[in-house]
Design a protein around this ligand. Sequence first.
Ligand code: PLP
Length: 396
Amino acid sequence: MSASTRRDYRPETRIIHSGTRRSQFNETSEALFLTQGYVYDSAEQCEARFSGKEPGYVYSRYSNPTVAMFEGRMAALEGAEACRATATGMAAVTTALMGLVKAGDHVVAARALFGGCRWVVEDWLPRFGVTSTLVEGSDLAQWEKAVRKETKVLFLETPTNPTLEVYDISAIAKIAHAAGAKLVVDNVFATPLYQSPLTLGADCVVYSATKHIDGQGRCLGGAILGSEKLITDHIHNVIRQSGPSLSPFNAWVLLKGLETLAVRVERQAQTAAAVADTLSNHGKLVKMIYPGRDDHPQADIVRKQMSGGSTLCSFEVKGGKAGAFRFLNALQLIKITNNLGDAKSLVTHPTTTTHQRLTPEQRAELGIGDGLIRFSAGLEHPDDVIADLTTALDAV
Ligand SMILES: Cc1ncc(COP(=O)(O)O)c(C=O)c1O
């Protein structure tokens, strides 16, 4: 039996072997099929492929062997029946949401969303006649109240970016299903290793593979996972016809990224936890947020639905934006950027980058103060990372 189908293998094993399709050369490492199209033995075979009577590849906007290997490996890791890969995480979010709604429908989403996701829900869907309501994700009563008969999708990310709030996936899935709607979860911050939204009742999971799955700052990618029916009825044709497809080259990079995901995430989470513990009482900090700590506001939900903490922690330094900038500019090792999940430790100032588009009031509502810093642990020695953070805090 192949590793793709053996469910008793643990996730760490499945992400190394699952999905592999060997060519006639029996290569060890997955082959990179850099091809746009495919040739046929006869006109009859070509006709049969196009009509779907004969399985096989037709055109790489629809499917490609390297992309299919990435999709197979992601599905095995997530325990999903099906997966479709996309060019970016935003393509995955947009395709999942657009694939599930039509004009006249309604979407309810947590207001603490990554900037691009919030724009899609708040500004873009309404242009196509799909209304949306944003709620405080930790307040189940708000989800219940916002749902109405036109509601087709509930959408959230947990832990959230950048305040690392954690929402109760199974409780929100129940609210969605009672209303005849589907729950879509952006699982980027948890990674497939620390949280399984489908097992908790979600209908669809989306990823920016750009983050931990690549994990080395090389390429962008995304993935949408769910039941065979959900992917066939709502996702496959949107990708096939509108074209947010993943390139085979990026699929190959991401396949290789998956093979080392478990060891990277484990090391990064250990470093993030050590940073949170070391700095939690630091005199230059207003607060420290880490999902693996007992003082996290939703520590009970973390214990219930996550098998690990996070590779990130967020903290607020004293002195608002000026304090944050003094801290950022004093870092020697850790890089200032807006990405996360990389081999390099990274810091982001959400107010002036990922969440710049929001008004100060909207940011305050989300707990994003001007002194807030998001820290993404890399693979460096934890002591060097902590020393860099501690020295830079002296400058605050
Ligand atoms: C939670 C979350 N969802 C989606 C995205 C979008 O992913 P991408 O940059 O690959 O389009 C990001 C990017 O930072 C993110 O943090």
